[in-house]
Design a protein around this ligand. Structure first.
Ligand SMILES: Nc1ncnc2c1ncn2[C@@H]1O[C@H](COP(=O)(O)OP(=O)(O)OP(=O)(O)O)[C@@H](O)[C@H]1O
Length: 176
């Protein structure tokens, strides 16, 4: 059995801190919000490659006509040559909990208790008027299954040992 097959992905989620977050010097406050809900491990600054970002956003690539934006060109502009960061979130029901904390894709529709609602400055309306994708600071895995795929894109292969770090959780289910 491989290391990855022993991982209980319900406890893990993969966090991508987008370049707009680093450019606005918001890495620390955004991760501080995440840490109120999950343990944050292995924060790593990266320069995404085009291959990584096209793998990560494979479902977005064919959507240029629908969104009336050149999606591959936008993803390249936003990510390639710009610094981002990746991290792992750990705790019960990690993917679902963090997605709820992020808020919706459009920060203008996000509540003040969400990361995008509190810190993102962009909106769908503004991005649409300018023919851009929305700057919304942070991605996290949509589901536990997506966490495994996101890990392969951003950390693997060869780093599966990061997922075996013993990380105790409290009896009430919260991360320590
Ligand atoms: N209608 C849109 N207009 C502009 N940008 C969009 C639109 N839909 C999605 N995007 C951009 O593409 C990204 C991926 O879209 P997706 O539908 O997966 O939303 P998300 O799950 O909220 O975001 P992410 O996957 O980055 O966490 C969004 O974060 C946003 O930057």
């Amino acid at each position: 059995m491989s290391t990855l097959r022993r991982v209980d992905w319900r406890f893990w989620t993969v966090i991508l801190i987008k370049p707009d977050c680093l450019a606005r010097d918001l890495l620390d406050p955004v991760l501080a919000m995440v840490e109120q809900h999950l343990r944050v491990l292995h924060v790593t600054k990266v320069y995404p490659t085009q291959a990584q970002i096209f793998t990560h956003y494979a479902d977005m690539l064919p959507r240029s006509a629908e969104l009336r934006r050149d999606v591959p060109a936008e993803l390249t502009r936003i990510y390639v040559g710009r610094q981002a960061a990746v991290a792992l979130g750990y705790g019960p029901d990690a993917a679902r909990r963090l997605r709820a904390l992020l808020g919706p894709t459009d920060p203008a529709a996000a509540g003040p208790d969400t990361i995008r609602g509190r810190y993102a400055a962009d909106s769908l309306a503004k991005a649409t008027a300018e023919g851009r994708l929305i700057d919304n600071l942070i991605h996290s895995s949509d589901t536990s299954d997506d966490a495994a795929a996101d890990f392969a894109t951003w950390f693997g292969p060869g780093n599966e040992h990061l997922l075996l770090t013993p990380t105790p959780i409290l009896a009430n289910g919260d991360p320590q």
